[in-house]
Design a binder for this molecule. Structure first.
Ligand code: ADP
Ligand code: MG
Length: 608
């Protein structure tokens, strides 16, 4: 007896709906995508009770004639592709011809639409997939779709819906993405009559981000001007170094106008940020990638959020490079705020030296900082000033605090943004003042960054200087770890770790990086393996080496509570400012914090 039967159309639609329509937010996504494909310049979305009760999307797009209004509710009916070849190069957001019939099969559905210039529009009412009414209507040009009682005929599905607030927040997220992706289109969103979003049409991307996320976020972003690398165009904004979130909510990437999720891109962004991102944190991005639609497959998942690149390695390289460059380009503006004292070496005067040969004006500038009364003021309980903590502040002692000579050329004055050292707080934070207010430097983080970059430079050059061990140490590891070590012997050796395999999980450690203060080298190597094995699957060899340095540098090379004297502090600041990415330590934590006068004034209630 034959057991196979063709499903009735209504059931087939409900099956398809299972994939496309998961919750109110997916309905909104599909309807808004249709509006955008119909070249709408204004899209209005209204939901009631989180969309569970009703969803309405109104657009001023091209509209449909009566035939199309009927046909669009058939499965696999679409105006966006015609042949299998078209599938290889999708230019529109939709193409599957599935959304409308799916949505209509699981709701009470009303479509009204009128083409531009048409005398009358069409209204179609569908109930759980059954077409009930088709008639003329006098609605404005464009299309309006109303979806009521979602899943009313699929109680099992309805049960999966979350609270109204949760569903509403998913809808808002969908609209947020679409609004970022289409700044030229005006968006309005009303949730139970409450206006949640109102964005005018014709905005720039920056204005759109400002409208959605506020000025504070815009100030934390770096612009990526449009650039092209063999067929892949990139533009947008990414967060400055150290700007991060604990979720991927704000890591937004558009590919040919479509917000997408893609692991290759996630890894590429991570790698691009590398040490500028804290562990476990995610970057903030508004990145737009445009490429030949034929080079990417969007027909991977019914909801079209995932894509498959034909050449993922190229995409990854481009994203890593662009991110890295953008972060480095920020260096100039960063150092403008945090600028080191000029000619710092001149301030470190050895006790028995006469004053170095520097222009008089500069000497005075430095001297007036060093000998400033605030510098020698008695320490507050937890603030150790240099005068009290070290035998003698060399420069302060050397340079007599005379009044400045009269012949100072104004141009020779150090810029007002220069630092003045105040002291060290809790043996960790260097306190300074600049024209904008108070500056705090985490000496540990700064030290790590400096060491990290130095090691990196050496690794890229002839390798990290190593120290041969007098007595080689034996290391025993399990088979997987042994495998990993053997594969990475080269990278390890460039990072200064000399390892020789002896088979069956035994290795001889015969050299370690000079800078390393490892008490227990085998444990150090086990830590390195644990931490890097996961990373090594996705990052390049060079990055792996960097990761290794970042980890060892942090754990074993720097002491947090070393007491620094003033010349050392100044040297630290100067070295930090010379770094490629001075703003954060190799683990993405900030190295310096500026607390402006206006922030202080607010804190002290002088200003609201
Ligand atoms: P797809 O978008 O994949 O083509 P849909 O089921 O979402 O499939 O829509 C079917 C067709 O209905 C679309 O191809 C389009 O021609 C038409 N359509 C849907 N929504 C609109 C709209 N808001 N304005 C104009 N035409 C629309
Ligand atoms: Mg569609």
């Amino acid at each position: 007896m034959s057991r196979i039967a063709l499903l009735p159309e209504a059931v087939a639609c409900q099956v398809a709906a299972g994939e496309v329509v998961e919750r109110p937010a997916s309905v909104v996504k599909e309807l808004v995508e249709n509006s955008l494909d119909a070249s709408a310049t204004r899209v209005e979305v209204l939901i009631r009770r989180g969309g569970n009760s009703s969803i309405r999307v109104v657009d001023n797009g091209c509209g449909m004639d009566r035939d199309d209004a009927l046909l669009c509710l058939e499965r696999h009916a679409t105006s966006k592709i015609r042949t299998g070849a078209d599938l290889m190069a999708i230019h529109t957001l939709g193409f599957r011809g599935e959304a409308l019939p799916s949505i209509a099969s699981v709701s009470r559905f009303r479509l009204t639409t009128r083409e531009h210039g048409a005398l009358a529009g069409t209204e179609v009412l569908v109930n759980g997939g059954r077409m009930e009414t088709v008639r003329d209507c006098g609605e404005p040009e464009g299309t309006q779709i109303e979806v009521r009682s979602l899943f009313y005929n699929l109680p099992a599905r309805r049960k999966f819906l979350r609270t109204e607030n949760t569903e509403a927040s998913h809808v808002e997220h969908v609209l947020h993405l679409q609004a970022v992706g289409h700044p030229l289109v005006g968006f309005t969103f009303l949730n139970d009559e409450r206006l949640v979003m109102q964005l005018p049409p014709g905005q720039s991307l920056r204005e759109r981000i400002h409208g959605l996320c506020g000025a504070a976020l815009v100030a934390e972003l770096l612009e990526i001007p449009e650039c092209e690398f063999s067929g892949v165009k990139l533009r947008g904004f990414i967060g400055k170094a150290g700007v991060s979130r604990s979720t991927r909510q704000q890591q937004i990437v558009f590919l040919n106008g479509r917000p997408i999720e893609n692991t290759t891109l996630n890894y590429a962004l991570r790698e691009g940020y590398h040490t500028a991102l804290m562990k476990g944190q995610h970057p903030v991005t508004f990145l737009f990638i445009e490429m030949d639609p034929a080079a990417v497959d969007v027909n991977v998942h019914p909801a079209k959020r995932e894509v498959r690149f034909r050449d993922p390695a190229h995409i990854r390289e481009v994203v890593v490079e662009v991110t890295r460059r953008a972060l480095e380009s920020d260096r100039a503006s960063w150092t403008k705020t945090f600028s080191a004292p000029q000619r710092i070496e001149t301030s470190i005067v050895k006790p028995d030296e006469t004053l170095p040969l520097i222009p008089m004006a500069e000497q005075t500038a430095l001297r007036s900082d060093w000998a400033d009364s605030s510098f020698q003021r008695p320490a507050a309980p937890s603030v150790s000033t240099f005068t009290s903590s070290t035998p003698q502040p060399v420069a302060a002692q050397q340079v007599p605090p005379t009044s400045p000579p009269t012949n100072i050329a104004p141009a020779a004055q150090p810029p007002a943004k220069d630092f003045k050292l105040l002291g060290v707080l809790g043996k960790l934070y260097i306190l300074m003042e600049n024209a904008a207010g108070l500056v705090l430097v985490d000496q540990h983080a700064a030290h790590e960054r400096i060491l990290f970059e130095e090691m990196k430079r050496r690794m890229e050059g002839q390798g990290v200087p190593t120290q041969r061990l007098l007595l080689p140490i034996t290391l025993e590891v399990g088979p997987k770890d042994a495998d990993w070590l053997v594969q990475h012997l080269d990278a390890l050796s460039r990072a200064g770790i000399g390892l020789e395999p002896f088979g069956s999980g035994t290795f001889k450690i015969d050299a370690l990086p000079q800078f390393l203060r490892a008490d227990d080298p085998p444990q150090l190597l086990r830590d390195i393996i644990d931490e890097l094995r996961e990373t090594s699957a996705q990052t390049s060899k060079l990055r792996l080496g960097e990761d290794m340095i970042a980890k060892t540098v942090c754990r074993h090379a720097v002491k947090a509570n070393d007491v620094l004297r003033e010349p050392e502090c100044l040297r630290l600041i100067q070295d930090l400012l010379a770094c490629e990415l001075p703003y954060c330590c190799p683990h993405g934590r900030p190295t310096m914090i500026q607390m402006s006068y206006s922030e202080l004034e607010k804190k002290f209630g002088r200003k609201v």
